[in-house]
Design a protein around this ligand. Structure first.
Ligand SMILES: Nc1nc2c(ncn2[C@@H]2O[C@H](COP(=O)(O)OP(=O)(O)OP(=O)(O)O)[C@@H](O)[C@H]2O)c(=O)[nH]1
Ligand SMILES: [Mg+2]
Ligand SMILES: [Zn+2]
Length: 343
């Protein structure tokens, strides 16, 4: 009991300190903004958010004599939260600092829930989601399926990418091949590469050229290593797997955008532990399983939950092997984790 009370008090203190710290940061931020607005600001111009750090973002100038230069920018208070990939209108101050005046509409938006379950955009204006996995840390089909649902929901094309192909051995090959087989059978584009050894990297480059892509996946699968391999002049931070758990150590902390010399952009994003899908409905999840497309609406009951109902088109397809058991299990798992109201 005494211990619990102490913890509660400790928690309260931590929250208090964090709150005070956030308030001080907000005050400093509004003071810097006032100082900037009081000084000489350049004309309004287009920019691209290439990284964001809490209250500030890094903007690359897209036009005029500043084009290509990067500025740390403050945000006017009325702006929505910005993310990497956003196009903005901004004004340059002095010494590499600027002010964001407006956000242009997003063409696409990839969202995921934060630790409190609130929906947060991760990257915007991308047209390709590269779902990265590896022999180590051990891949989870359900996580891949969640990304596929999110991609479908956002209207963004997915590409599955197995990195660290150099780590495929007798022990893991059977399980990996089974996993790859599931997605090959569904017709998803799939590449096998090694950021370290270079295998398959040219094919990957060809897929990325001319597109705005985002690398997503578990921490430690090698997203940043892939960036370093694709763009030798970039030296973004890479971190080892934990010796204790074999999992990634959350090395990348903010999504960052890089340019390819031949056109196209790539956003490296922080790895995740789990990917809840709180923002989607049962219909969205069903729409995210492409092998269900021709079957939906063909069940005997309009509100069929595809559980045990007679005349269920999905259960029939499962029996006949047109739906793979692993995917059906994955679908059921996702549905079981949706918030109550979406059932
Ligand atoms: N054997 C092998 N190891 C790799 C390969 N690519 C990356 N790694 C290693 O995997 C570990 C994690 O790499 P990162 O690039 O930091 O992984 P990440 O996905 O960016 O991780 P987060 O930033 O935490 O999300 C590092 O120790 C890399 O050296 C590869 O192709 N083969
Ligand atoms: Mg990283
Ligand atoms: Zn059904």
């Amino acid at each position: 009991m005494a211990k619990r009370q102490l913890n509660r008090r400790q928690n309260w203190r931590i929250e208090k300190i964090q709150g005070e710290r956030a308030a001080r940061a907000a005050k400093r931020e509004s003071q810097s903004l006032e100082a900037l607005e009081g000084g000489d600001l350049g004309p309004e111009q287009l920019g691209l958010v290439i990284a964001h750090f809490g209250v500030q973002v890094e903007v690359e100038a897209l036009e005029g004599e500043l084009a290509g230069q990067v500025f740390r920018c403050h945000l006017r208070a009325n702006l929505p939260a910005l993310v990497t990939g956003d196009q903005v209108v901004w004004r340059a101050g002095n010494q590499g600092i600027g002010v964001i005046v407006a956000q242009l509409p997003r063409k696409t938006e990839l969202c995921r829930p934060d630790t409190r379950g609130q929906l947060k955009p991760v990257a915007s204006n991308v047209d390709l989601i590269v779902i990265v996995f590896a022999p180590l840390p051990e891949p989870h089909a359900n996580l891949i399926d969640r990304y596929l649902v999110a991609a479908e929901h956002a209207g963004i094309r997915p590409l599955l990418l197995l990195n660290k192909a150099d780590l495929i051995d007798d022990k893991n090959a059977v399980a990996l091949n089974a996993l790859l087989g599931v997605y090959r059978q569904l017709g998803y584009p799939l590449l096998e590469v090694s950021a370290h050894h270079g295998n398959g990297m040219q094919l990957l480059q060809a897929e990325l050229d001319g597109h705005v892509s985002v690398f997503v996946g578990q921490s430690g699968v090698g997203k940043s290593s892939l960036v370093n391999s694709l763009l030798p002049e970039v030296d973004t931070r890479v971190g080892p797997l934990s010796e204790l758990t074999g999992k990634g150590t959350h090395t990348t902390t903010t999504a960052r955008l890089f340019h390819f010399p031949n056109g196209g952009e790539l956003i490296d994003s922080p790895g995740i532990r789990e990917f809840g899908l709180v923002h989607v409905s049962r219909d969205d999840v069903e729409a995210g399983f492409i092998e269900f497309h021709d079957l939906l609406g063909r069940c005997r009951f309009r509100d069929c939950k595809h559980d045990r109902e007679p005349g269920c088109a999905l259960l029939k397809a499962l029996e006949e092997g047109r739906i793979q058991p692993q995917r059906m299990a994955s679908y059921r798992h996702i549905i079981s984790t949706l918030p109550e109201q979406d059932y």
